[in-house]
Design a protein around this ligand. Structure first.
Ligand code: HEM
Length: 489
């Protein structure tokens, strides 16, 4: 095994680089990235892979080599070329890093398998079905607001990043399992986990998910070595965190399977299809789908919510304009109904601009060039090369967005939306684009409206900057805010 590792890590990269059978030497690379995946791995360990790639594109151009067999393309045209319907680029072996014995919708790499999984749940996430989720979401918004109210009354600062994460966990556990994990009410994310042997214990939800994500992201960057690295790192606490996260999902799934009185939740769609027939999934497949939903359904939306609150309270003029719109549309209602806010242009603009400036998912999503090779944004790339579009760089494209680093929601009201929409793809595009985006908007609009209407938040220091910790998703760091009831003059 060690000899295999030595060959793969040292000898093979040099040989591959010199032979250059896939004609990749023509693409410039930052530092030694063309020779070894270590360049990316180290950037990821520093939690800022997206920034390193962004800086490299600024210096080296639109097509760069970020690993021996990986070309990053920072041109909006590449979104259609790589991810678009009909492009037929499959997901790269990087997705094996976090995959278990059973694949779920997000990590299945076989087209037919993915299509079957997506078809099974597509109707659940359609816009018209989402409206039916309003009671669960508004109810959970009320619990969040009650907690903020408590911190306000007691004069204590609130860690908004955590409370927003408790919110998304509670919402999604209710949507999926008909039962909230109760994080908001408890004020913590310590939840039950259960081993397949039936041992029940308690673990922190957020840390388990985050630690598992780091190690899976990094090991996936050298996917051919996975059989070896999985064994080498099996002792690592982050691998144990992955097992804890799986056991949280196992516990709630086992509980839900015993609950025959459950409501018409997402879980029920994994058991019975919309024609009323049994879906016939194995337990492992059910667990895999539940696992990706509790992950993708909570972590990204938390990032988006936290970033929006941060950006709005950093920009008082924008906050004032948003409040004007909200007050006019919702009067004195503390927790606005979906109907009264769903079409507000400036609220939507603030959410859109936050997703753009501080995306929840920043890293390029790796795909494999199909047989015969393809033209990607004007340059030919050989077959079997991994390619991606760096999402952060795409969302900061200076041709599409004037002053791209500036938080300026007004661009979504008065700007050239057609031009911007070609680069504004925070949920990706094509057959593997985010299935949960409608729910994500639903949660964002309702939470932001409710918090902005009723509370003044203040940063702990005037120059506070919210750090991004990129594991796979771009997670915002802790956001501690002093809270006061808003005084309407
Ligand atoms: C602001 C919030 C969100 C953002 C920015 C976001 C972003 C993304 C992106 C960029 C992808 C493509 C990933 C890839 O190609 O590897 C994706 C896929 C996915 N997302 Fe989201 N997401 C969000 C919320 C949600 C929610 C609420 C759910 C609820 C279940 C969800 C479920 C999924 C699933 C299952 C996939 C895989 C889809 C497939 O491969 O067919 N996401 N998301």
């Amino acid at each position: 095994m060690l000899i295999q590792a030595f060959i793969v890590l040292l000898i093979q990269p040099v040989a591959v680089f010199i032979r250059d059978s896939k004609h990749l030497r023509k693409f410039p690379a930052p530092s030694y990235a063309g020779l070894s995946s270590l360049w990316r791995i180290i950037k990821n360990l520093q939690y800022e892979h997206y920034l390193a790639v962004h800086e490299a594109h600024k210096r080296l151009g639109t097509h760069i080599r970020i690993a021996p067999n990986h070309i990053s393309v920072s041109d909006p045209q590449a979104m259609t070329d790589i991810y678009g319907h009909g492009a037929n680029f499959l997901k790269d072996a990087w997705y094996d890093g976090g995959a278990g014995e059973f694949r779920h919708m997000a990590d299945s790499r076989v087209k037919a398998e993915h299509q079957a999984k997506r078809k099974m749940l597509a109707h659940v996430f359609a816009q018209k079905t989402i409206a039916g989720l309003e009671p669960v979401i508004t109810d959970t918004v009320s619990v969040l607001v009650a907690q903020v109210e408590k911190f306000t009354a007691e004069g204590r600062p609130i860690n908004m990043r955590r409370y927003l994460n408790y919110f998304t966990i509670d919402v999604f556990s209710r949507l999926l399992y008909s039962e909230s994990l109760g994080c908001l009410e408890r004020g913590n994310d310590i939840v039950d986990a259960e081993t397949p042997e039936g041992k029940i214990y308690q673990v922190p939800f957020i840390k388990s998910l985050h630690d598992a994500t780091i190690i899976n992201t990094i090991l996936g960057m050298e996917a051919p070595l996975l059989p070896l690295t999985r064994k080498i790192f099996s002792w690592h606490p982050y691998k144990k965190a992955g097992a804890d996260y799986d056991n949280i999902v196992y516990h709630n799934t086992a509980k839900r399977l015993r609950n025959l009185d459950a409501e018409d939740d997402i879980f029920s769609k994994l058991l019975i299809n919309n024609k009323g027939e049994p879906v016939g999934l194995e337990l492992g497949e059910i667990l895999a789908e539940a696992s990706v939903m509790m992950n993708a359904g909570t972590d990204t939306t938390t990032a988006a919510l936290t970033n929006t609150i941060y950006l709005l309270y950093k920009h008082p003029k924008i906050l004032a304009r948003l409040r004007e719109e909200l007050d006019a549309a919702t009067g004195t209602t503390a927790i606005p109904a979906w109907e009264s806010i769903s079409q507000l242009p400036f609220l939507r603009a603030c959410v859109e601009e936050s997703l753009r400036v501080r995306p929840a998912s920043s890293m390029g999503l790796p795909r494999v060039v199909p047989k015969g090779g393809r033209m990607i944004a004007g340059q030919f790339v050989d077959e079997d090369v991994t390619v991606s579009v760096p999402t952060y760089t795409l969302l900061h494209d200076s041709d599409a967005f004037e002053n791209p680093d500036e938080f300026n929601p007004d661009r979504w009201v008065t700007g050239d939306k057609e031009k911007m929409s070609k680069a504004h793809l925070p949920f990706s595009t094509g057959p593997r684009a985010c299935i949960g985006r409608n729910i994500a908007y639903f949660e964002q609009l309702l939470v932001i409206a409710a918090l902005v209407k009723s509370y003044d938040f203040e940063f702990e220091t005037p120059n506070f900057q919210l750090r991004t910790i990129e594991r796979f998703n771009s997670n915002p760091d802790e956001l501690v805010l002093k809270c006061r009831k808003r005084v309407v003059v």
